[in-house]
Design a binder for this molecule. Structure first.
Ligand code: PLP
Length: 368
């Protein structure tokens, strides 16, 4: 195996789910595992959640749903992304629930199911203020009415998505909840039972208890990472993912010696430089050039020069190291810790992008 790899601690994933369940009074959970389970490995993580008794799994793509079914997952799986007409047969074939964001998709689904004499299980999507997919809340009554009239459609849920829930102070989230509940009240008005109402992503789960409703859809907090570095830490979540490597080469350099492409860093005095065998080709952000840090021997070592596709260099100042020394890029070493949130600040992005960029070139191993 490569010396650069991801290690996911399954007992930490279990711990995070337990904390989240306590926080939501043991409501049902749809565990969101899209984008390779936020970099943690789709299949392994999904099977853990199935063992832990979550109620369903959420993915973005039809293809992610198919991978899960092929791997033997029998839990309900909901596909969040927009559905194209030509995807409907496969969604049904693989027993995947999906989001119906419009009357058009509803009609296409009903038509197909009628011709095939089968039923689709769907979640109607209401746009309460995200502006991505869904029928705008004010116009949603007719979507709901047509769905109720469609004989081959099983309306399992009605849902919406937050735009700003990672900020506990943002009033737009409360407005979205109101708009959503108003739209959903149509079921009662029409004299039918209301399907599962869901809107809470990680921010909603953490900061807006009134958004928890019938089932929640947490993603990033399952993995022990907060949506933004500035998010209040109200649960004792622990990060489950570590990114590790080993020093592949070490050298002493004289003053005036430049490091890496573009020669963007030059030593002022003699220095000890270690090379680490991974780079942006693995999803390690090139934006960390001359900005990021890694841990070696329990100390923070600044990245010097540009991050290359497969390697980069760090400055160990006066400490002469041997090739083979353990490097922690994400995680803890001797009491020091580098978090995904901290990396996202260095890279001027969000923790989600750091995690989901870590690609298949990095082997994943599972502990506990
Ligand atoms: C990604 C996603 C989630 C989970 O979002 P987090 O912020 O990671 O909790 C929930 N619902 C939908 C529709 C999503 O696309």
């Amino acid at each position: 195996m490569r010396p650069s790899f991801i290690e996911v601690d399954l007992s930490i994933l279990t711990h995070n789910l337990k904390l989240i369940r306590e926080h939501i009074d043991n409501r049902p959970v749809m565990a969101v595992v899209k984008s390779n389970a936020y970099g943690h490995g789709l299949v392994r993580v999904a099977h853990l959640y199935e063992q832990l008794g979550v109620n369903s799994l959420g993915v973005a793509l039809l293809e992610e749903g198919i991978i899960l079914r092929k791997s033997g997952i029998s839990l309900p799986i909901a596909v969040f992304g927009g559905v194209l007409k030509e995807q409907i047969p496969e969604l049904l074939e693989w027993d995947l629930e999906f989001i119906v964001p419009s009357a058009d998709v509803l009609n296409d689904t009903e038509k197909f199911c009628k011709a095939q004499n089968r039923r689709a299980t769907v979640h109607l999507k209401i746009d309460s203020g995200m502006g991505r997919i869904g029928t705008i809340a004010e116009n949603s009554e007719s979507l709901i009415a047509s769905a109720l009239d469609s004989e081959h459609i099983n309306i399992k849920g009605v849902c919406s998505h937050f735009a700003c829930a990672d900020d506990p102070e943002d009033p737009k989230t409360l407005e979205q909840i109101d708009r959503f509940l108003e739209a959903v009240s149509v079921f009662e008005k029409l004299g039918t039972s209301t399907p599962l109402r869901h809107i809470a992503n990680s921010g909603g789960v953490l900061y807006f208890p009134q958004s928890h409703l019938d089932i929640v859809r947490p993603g990033i907090i399952l993995y022990g990472v907060y949506p933004e570095p500035s998010c209040p830490r109200i649960l004792e979540l622990k990060p489950a993912l570590k990114l590790k490597s080993k020093v592949s080469f070490h050298k002493s350099i004289p003053p005036g010696f430049s490091i890496s492409y573009g020669a963007t860093w030059t030593s002022e005095s003699t220095a000890e430089i270690s090379t680490i065998p991974l780079g942006y080709g693995d999803g390690y952000p090139r934006q960390l050039s001359n900005r990021g840090e890694v841990l070696i021997n329990g100390k923070r070592r600044p990245i010097v020069g540009r991050v290359c596709m497969d390697q980069f260099m760090v400055n160990c100042k006066s400490e002469n190291l041997n090739a083979g020394a353990e490097v922690i890029l994400i995680g803890e070493q001797d009491g020091q810790c580098i978090t995904v949130e901290e990396m996202s600040k260095w890279a001027e992005t969000i923790p989600y992008e750091i995690l989901t960029n870590l690609n298949e070139r990095l082997p994943r191993t599972y502990a506990n």
